[in-house]
Design a protein around this ligand. Sequence first.
Ligand code: NCD
Length: 431
Amino acid sequence: MNMPQQVLLRDAMRQLNMTRDAFAERIGSRRRALDAWLLPDESNEFRAMPEVARRFVSEILASSGRPIEYTQSAHDGALRRSLHVDGAQHLLSVAQFDREAIDELFRLADVMQPIARRRKVSRVLEGAVLANLFFEASTRTRVSFGAAFCRLGGSVCDTTGFTFSSMAKGESIRDTSRVISGYADAIVVRHPEQGSVAEFARATNVPVINGGDGPGEHPSQALLDLYTIQREFSRLGKLVDGAHVAMVGDLKYGRTVHSLIKLLALYRGLKFTLVAPPQLAMPAEIVALVSRNGHVVETATAPARALAGADVVYATRIQKERFAHDEVLEGFGQAFAIDRALVDASCRKDVVLMHPLPRDGRPGSHDLSTDLDNDPRLAIFRQTDNGIPVRMAIFATLLGVDKLVSRSMRDAAWTPPSHIGPDDSSFHGLD
Ligand code: NCD
């Protein structure tokens, strides 16, 4: 089966590391034509790419030494190899990834888009059971992992909260891991202790995904964040190499920023501006790791001037639940609220505003403001939507059905809404 044109084009731009403008020039087409080829099939502005252009793109990839067939081969690709941990397949940390593995995962996420957009259905995981074990609060991570598994035809068993689990009766992580492995074919674990998910994975051969281990890591979130940045940048004509990324808020306990900055550090020549009150600064070992890779790291204790020039502003919630005492946060206040006034005064006109969510909307929380909700620069819901194709791609690879997905797709029998949110301009907002 022919690879969908959107998947081919996005893969080619990623592999050649080209902006849309540069790529359009390379293949001798107009940028507007390329934009129309990249839109989802159901969009009114979508246009089919001429066969000659498709052949030309494949030739360019082949002559660059990166033929498109590479990612479709039956051999273990970079992605499968990176998920290999102690004889099993797990996703525990972003340290498992290199750029080649990321490109493969994102190509597969692009393949998943018609399913995520509810135009197609697939049953490649029919009969498989996911255990979603969340020993800490969660809404989107738990539900999106569950939905991603279901959309590939699998079924999901959930447990939520520590108090209602056998761990509250003193059961070890090892015992829980062995028990659940007898019930499920993949396991997502969120746990309040750093390192606990890796411990869980050591006790099983069933694939384990780290859904957040205390202040440690949150690799699937970082992958969907990077996928979002790439898609937003593709529209804006930018590359991740050379980007300026500002991270704001609780950089000490925020596991999403720990994982994201390490993943971004795989690219070249980035500038990071880390904005946090002094007590919540990014851990020194992570700053050292990023600096060693040749990136510029600047720090600031308030957003106002620090956000100038940033291509991405990634805001985070203060992780009060991880504080040892009810600490008073000196140096943290209204100045940290990312709202329209601050963005208009301090940010680039084409800034991408991100947040892993949930944002804390309670008085005094000084988080990302809702007064930006209708602003197209706010990418937070495109970010959450992207969690589905990225998590589907993770499951398909871990369970070895990645090569079967394209062939397995059928048209959905029901009619999905044309816009998910009433304020979205299309199914997933901007494309
Ligand atoms: C985050 C988490 O749990 O680490 N949320 C998420 O998974 N999207 C961020 C947070 O709780 O602040």
